[in-house]
Design a protein around this ligand. Structure first.
Ligand SMILES: [Zn+2]
Length: 98
């Protein structure tokens, strides 16, 4: 598929779906520093991993593996909780998850 216009595209680290950067949520991790930044604007420094908005891709176990691979380090439980909380607050359908 030829691209005539420059639309930055990224792949979801979990399912591999390619889409415009703006459709994905970036999770950034600075090298050698603890903590992650949920970075919807894509401006935070550091290595970034992108997740699409599918609930499956934010699932703890799936997300953990995908993010660890992309960020090249394991995520702490606290960081995973941060990711999960972001999803719940911003992307999840308004249903109580179990
Ligand atoms: Zn995905």
């Amino acid at each position: 598929m030829p691209k005539s216009r420059h639309i930055p595209e990224r792949s979801c680290v979990s399912c591999g779906a390619k889409m415009a950067k703006s459709q994905l949520v970036r999770i950034a991790s600075k090298n050698g520093q603890a903590g992650i930044t949920i970075d919807p604007t894509g401006m935070a420094p550091g290595r970034g991993a992108y997740l699409c908005r599918k609930p499956d891709c934010w699932d703890q176990s799936v997300g953990k593996r995908a993010l660890a691979r992309s960020l090249r380090r394991e995520l702490t439980d606290q960081e995973l909780e941060q990711v999960r909380a972001y999803y719940q607050e911003n992307l999840a359908p308004n249903v109580t998850a179990t």
